[in-house]
Every structure is written in C-alpha cells, then in structure tokens.
Design a protein around this ligand. Sequence first.
Ligand code: S3P
Length: 432
Amino acid sequence: MKFQVQPSGPLLGEIEVPGDKSISHRAAILGAIAQGQTRIRGFLEGEDCLRTLTILSALGVEIEKLGPGHYVITGRGPAGLTEPENVLDVGNSGTTIRLLSGLLAGQRFMSILTGDDSIRKRPMERIIIPLTEMGACIRGRNNNRNAPLYIQGRQLYGVTYHSPVASAQVKSAILLAGLNAMGTTTVIEPLPSRDHTERMLMAFGACITAKGRTVILEPGQPLKGQEISIPGDISSAAFFIVAALIIPGSELLIKNVCVNPTRTGILKALQAMGAAIQILHEREEAGEPVADLMVKYSPLQGITVEPHWIPSLIDEIPILAVAASLARGTTIIRGAGELRLKETDRIKAITRELSRFGVQVEEVSDGMIITGTEEIIAADCNSYGDHRIAMAMTVMALRAAGTSTINDAAAVNVSFPNFFETLQTISGQIHK
Ligand code: S3P
C-alpha cells in the first residue's frame, strides 16, 4: 500500500495516540499467568500486540474482548498454560518472541516460536544464552542465533545475569522465566532499559526490587489480576511531536501520554535542540507516570545525543533524525548500534531515505551524522516494512516541496493502525 503525502499547513488541535505497545504486551502476558481476572483498557490493537493475544489464546488463556482496546483476561496461574497445537507465529513482533520465550521456558510442554522474514533475521542468542544458563532447553536456527525457536519447558533456576546489552526484551524474558524458577533471579544491565515489566510485576504483587541497573526477583509470590488502563505510547506520540515542531505555526496538544523516565529521552533530546514542549497535568496511572504534551513549532538546533540517552530513545531515533534534518547545524547520534538489529537496519534505512529528501546524512557504524537543511525535496521512499521508518518518512514528507510517496506504508499497522487518519484530522493533507 502506497501513501502520497503533500506538504502540510500548521498542525493544530488535540489528539490522543494509541496505547503503549510495551505496556500492552506486558499487561496481556501478566494477566495470562495471574490468578483471577485482569481487565485492560486502552490495549494497543496493532498487529504486534494482537499477536501476543492470539498466542496467549493458543496457550489456553481465555481472552474476552468487550470493546475497542477493552479486554478481560482470565489468568491461568504461573504454570497453567497448556501446550499449543501448532507453531506460534509472532509476525513482526520482537517483544512477543523474546518475552514469551522466557515465559515458555518454564512451562512443562513443548512450543515452537517463529515470525516473519524480519523476525527470523533478528538476534535471538541474546535470550537463548541467559535462558540456557537458567536451565532452559531452548534452541534456534543458525546455531542458536535465529528463530524459529524450539522450547522444551522444564524446571528453571534463578541466576545473576550481567546483560551485555541494555535491552528490556532481554531483561523481561529473564524475569518472566524467573517467575517459575527456583531461587533468586538478578539482571544487571549496562544502562537502564525501559522498566515497564518491573513496574507491572510490582503492581501484580510480585516480589521484585529495582535499583538503577539492577533488578532482583524472588519467585513464589502469587500474581493477582489487575485493572489496567494503558496510557498513550510516547513512541507513537513522537511522530506528532516532531511534526508539530517542524511545521511553522503548529500548536498541538497530545493527551494521555506515558512519560516513564526510561522512555522520555526523546523529550530531553528535542528540548536540548530548542523544542517548546510542555509537560502538563502529570499524574500516575497503572504505576506509570502519564501527562499531556503541548508542542509548538520551534526552530531547532543540531545536538550531540549523549550515548547514555540512547536506551531511553532507541525507538525514536528515526523521527529524531527527521527533526535533525530540519535543524540548524549538525546532529551526531552515536552509540546506537542496536538500531541495526531492529525491524530493519534502521541506520541504513534512515540514511538512505533521508538522502532522498536531499538531506546530508553520513552513516557510521553505530549511528549517523546529520546536517540540517531548509530545502527538503519531495521523495519516493521505502518503509522496508518497518512501521517507524514509514511514519518518520511521512512526517519528513510534510515539510517537503511537493508530493512524496511512502511505499509499503501499511507497516504502520504494527504499532499505530490509525496513524494516517490521525494525521489527517490535524493536517487534512494526506492522500491514499
Ligand atoms: C521493547 C524493548 C526495546 C524496543 C522495542 C520494545 C520492549 O527493544 O526497541 O520496540 O517492549 O521491551 P530491545 O529490548 O531490543 O532494546
């Protein structure tokens, strides 16, 4: 599916973005292994999170849909899942395959996880190694590096794992395995990654402590079903934040966004570039900080992104690169080698696609160097089947001189199914 994008006038008004993707996955998974019912409102009905629901159903979990984003999950307890009759297909979802591997490693049955072409290329040894250390029987294709993954569930044992990568998927896989392990599980990360699993485990009643880069889980505490209202995803909001910042005259209120400090690196980076972003009505929901964001058009200045900010803005680098393309001066993004291991090699994808718009971008091994320009030409660009590349290039196209085309734009359905409609309500200039 192709989308044609024309230059946009000011973005004005008020929007809400869909529920947080990371929190939606976790709410469904913990609901499935808790005791009693978990009611979820604001669940992200994007392809990734729906895959998690489908797989949980295949594992015997009763999931009832009561309305848009509104589900009731009847928990089966920590070891109550049942052997699936078929291979479990995660589609494009890295969070589904990695988190569920941790969960399935301690269940007493066999399962096989696979996914689309992108998933089958992504690294799985990062979970296979720690889970194997915990006693799991888990094997992957390509000498245990790639999916499909075969898991024969068995008794696990707690370990202390020093993760070589700051990855919430790795941390969460180990913690979910730790719930069914004997003894304490400790994960130590090089830099803190998003902490939604820890917050939600705490809310469900698990015995978990988190301090800085270290998380410690004591198994054995029953998880109790919860009522969860999922706030908007800052990773989805980021596309509209940057769109409003780069289109003169824009003033946009984005309501109900999760502003968990492990996720707000994008706000920090944009503010350092001179962005006018106000964080309003800060409150707490489901153990997560939530706020409304008021964003106004702002002339931006290039910056050097601090390497220790990277985990807190990793998914926002494609759209940060768009902001940098329109900033005065140079923006340096380094220490972001993980980008090469996402839905596509995002360093390559961003560099290639921004160049089509006439931006000067230099690809380096662990990031990119972008020199901003005022003259953006219209482009015919690719999403590489990657939702965040599709959305970032759409935002870029709003500032181009002429009509741009985004090929394979349906990728947005992975995390933001009504992205184009939302954009239309505030700009009115997108054509299918
Ligand atoms: C996620 C963790 C991050 C992020 C991904 C979602 C999660 O991946 O990029 O979109 O929900 O745990 P890594 O764990 O690979 O850093």
